[in-house]
Design a protein around this ligand. Structure first.
Ligand code: NAD
Ligand code: UDP
Length: 328
């Protein structure tokens, strides 16, 4: 049984990770400032003796002392064994809302979490992103590709922030011999996505279920590859538990690529919605193509995604219907 800290644990991916690690018999400390996350995502865990929630912004130093880390009926050490660092707003409208705070979360916040992990002798995993490749000129993207990021554009607070976070991880590894893991996560979707974070899967599902226009930005020919959250969680845990010489970065995502128009059509078919597709301006610096090369994850972690877009969307749409009180 490990003691595991998950920052951003009340968010979409983080709450699924809390569930998974608790089910595997671990103790989980979830730290989240609830900026984009919600207690709704973790309230089912509040009665679990192996779960603790701390409301905290990682930009501020975090001290986890014996009182905070004591769990009922245990005499074990109060050290954290593993840290998953997921705390960062992930959707463009949220990370651009306070761009400077997004940069702080990925620099000051990351330094705070690396320092905490170092003090505890814990292994630490960074939730990095395909956005480190920017608007890629290499396709599909391998981990060796160094990216094409506009350092002064509206997405830069996130893209450059995450790039700097990776740099910090590797510097702490070189300077202090820390055990680090860097996952480059590609577009992930599934139950518990926020209705209002503006990301494409949640926008299209909400619009289709409400019978509103489906807002396609640009002509809809830009591509993304969508990974179902359960697949991603297994990849993250495999990476965290891998041999200590495996630092990453490792791409985690589904290599099946779809245009945004194809995604809209698929959601319309599954929901049976009569919504119309309408075309809006493409946001600045919106990447034209994105698809992971996951050969490294296959070789080093024996991981590949198993859930295809159709079945993943069906599960996600069911969850949205329940949360929206949608009647068929
Ligand atoms: P999310 O917005 O649902 O989750 C982020 C969580 O972090 C939220 O609960 C939020 O309240 C919390 N948070 C934000 N800033 C914080 C801070 N300063 N201190 C403490 N908590 C803070 O997004 P998500 O999709 O679950 O993403 C989780 C992580 O995975 C993020 O780091 C994101 O960059 C990364 N990621 C996600 C995707 C994706 O497609 N979902 C793709 C690439 C990378
Ligand atoms: N997108 C869209 N309509 C929407 C929301 C997003 O066409 O209502 C597009 C967006 O311009 C981008 C793609 O869908 O090309 C994925 O956007 P998202 O914000 O989900 O993720 P990211 O751009 O970070 O991959």
């Amino acid at each position: 049984m490990k003691k595991i800290l998950i920052t951003g644990g009340a968010g979409f991916i983080g709450s699924h990770l809390c569930d998974y690690l608790l089910k595997k018999g671990n103790r989980v400390v979830c730290v989240d400032d609830l900026f984009t996350g919600s207690e709704d995502n973790i309230k089912h865990l509040f009665g679990n003796a192996n779960f603790k929630f701390i409301k905290h912004d990682i930009v501020e130093p975090l001290f986890l002392d014996d009182t905070v880390l004591s769990f009922p009926r245990t005499r074990e050490s109060s050290k954290i064994d593993q840290v998953y660092n997921l705390a960062c707003p992930a959707s463009p409208i949220h990370y651009q809302h306070n761009a400077v705070h997004t940069i702080k979360a990925n620099t000051v916040g990351v330094i705070n979490m690396l320092g905490l992990a170092r003090k505890h002798g814990a292994r630490i995993l960074q939730a990095s992103t395909s956005e480190v490749y920017g608007d890629p000129e290499v396709h599909p993207q391998t981990e060796e590709y160094r990216g094409n990021v506009n350092p002064i554009g509206p997405r830069a607070c996130y893209d450059e922030g995450k790039r700097c976070a990776e740099t910090l991880f590797f510097d702490y590894h070189r300077m202090h011999g820390m055990e680090i893991k860097v996952a480059r996560i590609f577009n992930t979707y599934g139950p518990r996505m926020s209705f209002v974070d503006g990301r494409v899967v949640s926008n299209f599902i909400v619009q289709a279920l409400k019978g509103e226009d489906i807002t396609i930005y640009g002509d809809g020919s830009q591509t993304r590859s969508f990974c179902y959250v359960d697949d991603l969680i297994i990849g993250l845990v495999k990476l965290m538990d891998s041999d200590k010489n495996i630092t990453g970065p490792i791409n985690l995502g589904n290599p099946k690529e779809f245009t945004i128009k194809e995604l809209a059509e698929e959601i319309l078919v599954i929901t049976g919605s009569k919504s119309k597709m309408v075309y809006r301006n493409l946001p600045e610096d919106d990447p034209k193509q994105r698809c992971p090369d996951i050969a490294k994850a296959g070789k080093k972690l024996d991981w590949s995604p198993k859930i295809n877009l159709d079945s993943g969307l069906r599960k996600t749409i069911e969850d949205f219907k329940i949360r929206m009180n949608y009647a068929d």
